[in-house]
Design a protein around this ligand. Sequence first.
Ligand code: SAM
Length: 282
Amino acid sequence: MHSDLWVEEKFEDFLGLRLKVEKVLFSGKSEFQTVDVVETKGHGKMLLNDGLIMVTERDEFAYHDMISHVPLFIHPSPKKVLVIGGGDGGSAREVIRHKGVEKCTMVEIDAMVVDACKEFIPLTASALDDDRIELIIGDGVQFVKDTTEKFDVIIIDSTDPIGPATPLFGEEFYQDVNKCLSDDGIVVSQGETPWYGKEIQHSLLSVLNNVFDNTYMYSFSNLTYPGGLWCFTLASKKYHPISDFNADAVDASGLSFKYYNKGVHTAAFALPNFIRDGLQHL
Ligand code: SAM
């Protein structure tokens, strides 16, 4: 009998998300993680790190629109942007659609992720060849410690807090992020799901609250991450994400988006009560 190939992302010992696979395109093991790219049935090409779904072609736009355009339309004139992680290239791709951005520095620890995505998922990775993107293969934790550059927007496009991504959820890292943010800078981070990752969310927000005066969280819908409803955290030195958001700039940009729009921008900060529960400042 014909045996079907499926990939399953397991969450702890009680949840599995199964996607049908047509073909394995790449399988490797770097010094940091396993890296797989598969052709799925129904979700396009998919990247997995350590067996966890990072990106599928079908829904990557939701994550990448919301991690990049929300801060880039709050800041009135972002010129220098830093992406930590994001090796699939999707966040940097969206960043450089903003014509005012002069340079996007991307620091990804794992060259294997970048190389595999460049070869097999050009939808997200092809923008990495753009002149305005400086790709650095290195540890984002070390980069923010050492750099003397200042950035208007910093995007932490990280995996869950395991392996090399663990310090990306810690206070020392955010002290260094604070140091290299410009005086009116904004930092946005992958903020997990309130359904299964509430403890990580609360811990990340408490770290951010220790470092920044103004912290927020906003949500978005993701088809292929466990729980479906996911969040980004946002910390801002100057601008309020709604009252300082210039909705007209979205129209004036001439950009079109599959997920983001000015209504979604504002609505995303209106969090359901079960997410706000225990987070009184939000
Ligand atoms: N959208 C994704 C998600 O949340 O599932 C994140 C995608 S992106 C592929 C995450 C990247 O962060 C990985 O490629 C991983 O190698 C990178 N990463 C993890 N720790 C890092 C660190 N300390 N410095 C730089 N990049 C790191």
